[in-house]
Ligand binder design. Structure first.
Ligand SMILES: [Zn+2]
Length: 87
């Protein structure tokens, strides 16, 4: 038994440590050379991208709509009232 031998190759460990930075930087991770030679990390990245895509799908829906429309409608109504009062 050697302490150096691990189930994950060093290349993969290094790549996986860089993953958060790569995702943050917005660079297309699919272009990373390591993915072209490593099926293990390819499937890992596919999982991560799937999760990230789901998160992006969910967040905008919860984000703006009803409150924004309320603001727009009440702003329009106030404008209309003020206009009538003045006229
Ligand atoms: Zn790898």
């Amino acid at each position: 038994m050697t302490a150096e031998k691990s189930s994950t190759p060093v290349e993969c460990e290094e790549f996986q440590q860089q993953l958060p930075e790569i995702f943050d930087s917005g660079v297309s991770i699919a272009d990373h050379p390591h993915l072209k030679t490593c099926a293990l990390c390819s499937s890992l990245v596919r999982d991560l991208e799937y999760i990230a895509a789901q998160a992006k799908l969910i967040m905008p829906i919860h984000d703006p709509s009803p409150a924004v429309w309320d603001n727009i409608q009440s702003a329009l109504q106030q404008d209309g009232k003020q206009g009538k009062d003045r006229a």
